[in-house]
Design a protein around this ligand. Sequence first.
Ligand SMILES: Cc1ncc(COP(=O)(O)O)c(C=O)c1O
Ligand SMILES: N[C@@H](CCOP(=O)(O)O)C(=O)O
Length: 565
Amino acid sequence: MAATARAAAAASSLAASSVGADCTGCRQQRTLPTFTGFRVSKHKAQASPQKLQRPSVKVRAAMDDKKAGSKRDIKAEASAVELSSAVAADVKNGARSEESIKDVARNKAAHDVKEVFRAKYVPFTPGVATTEEYSLDEVLYRSKNGSLLDVQHDMEALKKYDGQYWKNLFDSRIGRTEWPYGSGVWSKKEWILPEIDNDDIVSMFEGNSNLFWAERFGKETLGMSDLWVKQCGNSHTGSFKDLGMTVLVSQVNRMIKKGRAVRAVGCASTGDTSAALSAYCAAAGIPAIVFLPADKISIAQLVQPIANGALVLSIDTDFDGCMRLIREVTAELPIYLANSLNSLRLEGQKTAAIEICQQFNWVVPDWVIVPGGNLGNIYAFYKGFQMCKDLGVIDRMPRLVCAQAANANPLYRAYKAGWDKFAPIKAAPTFASAIQIGDPVSIDRAIYALTNSDGIVEEATEEELMDAAAQADRTGMFNCPHTGVALAALIKLRNKGVIGPNDRTVVVSTAHGLKFTQSKVAYHSNEIADVTSRFANPPVTVPENFGKVMDVLRRELDKRGDKIK
Ligand SMILES: Cc1ncc(COP(=O)(O)O)c(C=O)c1O
Ligand SMILES: N[C@@H](CCOP(=O)(O)O)C(=O)O
C-alpha cells in the first residue's frame, strides 16, 4: 500500500476515535499526554508501540483522573503510532511517497491530541513581582521600564510530566529526520516555543552537535580524564548562533503569516549572528539586513551573508557602534531585531545546555566554560540547566565559567570589583574578534546567571588564547580563537586548583576554526607581534630533490623525538 493510502487509512481510524473525544470535550483544551516522541519506528521491530507508550506513574494517575477521555487518548496514540509506522515501513521498503516530511508532520499534528503548553514575554527583573506580560507574537524587545525581556514558560503545565517523561521524549527524537523533531533545538519544542505550528518552523536540523572527549589534551596538558568540548561550531553556518536563529526566524515566519508588518530581519554582528541570520532568512525567503564593523571580521564570516543574499552594510565603527545603529533603525522601520537582546534567540541557544545533560545520560557536569561577548549565551546556558533542574531532569546545577578576552573584558572587570559596578569599555582588537564587545547588551542576564550558579569569570591575553587554541589543536581539535579563550580559562583554573583533576568539565566551542584561518596562519607563521607562538608548526619549504627531502625528514623527525636511523 502506498504511504499516502496507508496514512489515509490510519488517519481515518484515528479521526473516528478523535471525533468521540471532541464530542465530550467540545471546546475544552485537551490536557492528556500524546507521547509524540514514541511514535517513530526505531523500536518498532523490538517492541509493541503500546509498551513503549506506557506513561509515567504521574501521567497514569492523571489519566485515571480523566477516565472517559483517557481511553480515547490511548486509542488516538495507538492510531498515531500506526500512522507513522506505516510511513516509516514504506520508507524502509524503499517505496516513494509524494508526501514531504512537513506533510507527514502536518497529518500527524492534525490528529494528535495535544497538551497545550504556553510561553510569554515577561520583564527580566528577577525577584521583582510584576503582572506585565506580552504575547510572543508581539514585536517587542524591552519592558515598559526598559529592562530586557525573558521568555517565561508555563512551568506548572510542564511539571505535570515527570523528569523521566521528558528524558524519554527527548531521547526518542534524537537526530532523526522527523519534522521538526530531528533538530536538536526542536526536539525540545515543548520547552522552547511550544505554540508555534510545525509548518511555520524554519529549521536546518541544527543542534545535536558532538561532545569531543579531549582525551590527550586533558591528560597531557591538564592531568584530567573527564574533559569534553561541546562542538557547537559543527553546525550549518559554523557557530552556535544557528541554535537561536532557527527559533527567531521561525517566529518571524509565523508573525509574517499572521499579517504582522515585518519587512526584513536585521542585526549588528561580529560575523556569526549575521551568518546565521542570513542563512535562515534565505531558507525562509525573508529579507535579511546585517550591519558589520568594517575590517573587523574574518573573510569567511564576511562572505557568508553575501553568499546568502543578505543586504550587507559594512560600517566604519566597531560592534558596539553597529549595535547602537541597528537599535535606532529597528525602532524606526519594520525591521525585526535579531540580536540576542531579543530573548527568543536564547530559547534556542539554551538547548545546548539541555543537550549536554542528555549526552551524559542526564547527568550534569561539574563545570561548563563559555566564552562571553554580548553575554546572551552564558544566560542561555544557565536557563537551559535551570529548566532541566526545575523539571526534574537533573538534580543540581553545574558551575558556570564565563571566559573573556583580556582586550574585551567588561564582565571580568565587574566580577573582580565584586559585581559592585559595571562600566562599559572601548573593546580593543582581539583575535577572538567575535567577542570584541565593550558594552554587552545582556550584562544583567550574565550577572544573574553567574551569581546563581556559583560562577566565575576568567580572562585570557592574546598570547594565552592563541597558545591554548594551538596546543589543543595539536591533539586533534581545530579551535576558533573564542574557544581558545575558554581553553585558556580552563588552563588557568586548573593550574590554580579551582577545577580538580577528576571534575567533569565541558568547554563550549562556539565556532568552527575554519572561519578563522587568517589568525591561525599568522600564529603558525610566527607573525604576531608580542606573541611567541609556542606551538607554531610552519610548513617547511623544500626543493624537488630526494636528498634534500630526506635531510629535512631526518632533521624534523629528530627534533620531534622520532629518530630515523
Ligand atoms: C564565536 C563566538 N563565540 C562566543 C560569542 C559570545 O557569545 P555571547 O555574545 O552570547 O556572549 C560569540 C558572539 O558574541 C561568538 O560569535
Ligand atoms: N558574536 C556575535 C555578537 C552579537 O551577538 P548576539 O548574540 O547579540 O547577536 C556575532 O556573531 O555577531
